[in-house]
Design a protein around this ligand. Structure first.
Ligand code: MG
Ligand code: MG
Length: 257
């Protein structure tokens, strides 16, 4: 877990660099370059690049694009809602994290609420992971926040286990799926990643074979962290403070692995 925490911290810095690059007039390729530079400078390896043929270091998804957007020539404009998803490998151990933000000033307060709700759903899920015995409890916590905020979870896309590969068992759904889910045990590492849409939960995949867009074209938000559960508690591997600040309102103090 020490190596996963190292990979996590590099990913956090890469995401911060991508966000800083996301000014009006920048392209999504600029965000990819900024994140890639941080990962390479740290001596780590991007885990998205080449994943089932994915051609970039980050996924950059704008507005109606929910996840898996391919960075390229798309020019960002004021008010765009951007999700950047990124990960890397340190000595064989993976990290995976995503942030959403608005380029410049928001177009509507609803976009701000959308991003805030995804983050709150994420942290509610992380907090539940600290005490849960089954993954289904994490899903319930994510869904409760999503629903209370008046948004919808993207149907069919889930979080996952992470470790020696980016995507491992178990699945971590963002809504109840009718089963208790996998048993939570010390040593388990998962990526929790709520994907919220304003309108319908349905989605389509563009002709590029990757980009997932909301079926009704409504805007979306995505937030993700990789988290370790160990004997004495949890540690958010992709947050520099292990999640201390965002877990404090839940009465949870992260414990370093
Ligand atoms: Mg991710
Ligand atoms: Mg993920």
């Amino acid at each position: 877990m020490r190596l996963m925490a190292a990979a996590g911290q590099i990913t956090e810095r890469a995401l911060a660099a991508a966000r800083a690059a996301a000014v009006p007039g920048a392209t999504t390729a600029d965000l990819d370059a900024a994140a890639g530079a941080v990962i390479r400078a740290a001596g780590a390896t991007p885990n998205f690049l080449g994943y089932h043929g994915f051609p970039a270091t980050v996924c950059a998804s704008v507005n109606e694009e929910v996840v898996h957007g391919i960075p390229g020539a798309r020019v960002l404009v004021e008010g765009d809602v951007v999700s950047v998803d990124c990960g890397c490998i340190v000595e064989g151990w993976h990290s995976d994290s995503a942030i959403s933000f608005i380029v410049g000033e928001p177009l509507t307060p609803r976009d701000v609420e959308l991003i805030d709700a995804a983050e709150r759903a994420l942290w509610a899920g992380i907090a539940r992971f600290a005490t849960s015995t089954r993954i289904g409890e994490v899903s319930d916590a994510i869904f409760e926040v999503t629903e209370a905020a008046g948004f919808h979870p993207l149907d069919g896309y889930v979080g996952h286990g992470i470790g020696t590969a980016m995507h491992m068992a178990p699945e971590v759904p963002n809504y109840p799926v009718g089963t208790a889910g996998a048993k939570v045990a010390p040593g388990m590492c998962i990526a929790i990643e709520p994907m919220l849409v304003i309108g319908t939960s349905d989605s389509d995949v563009l002709d590029d074979g990757w980009t997932v867009v909301s079926a009704d074209g409504s805007r979306s938000s995505h937030a993700e962290h990789s988290i370790a559960r160990h004997e004495d508690g949890i540690w958010v591997l992709t947050a520099a403070d292990g999640g201390a600040e965002r877990l404090a309102p839940f009465g949870i103090e992260p414990v370093a692995p």
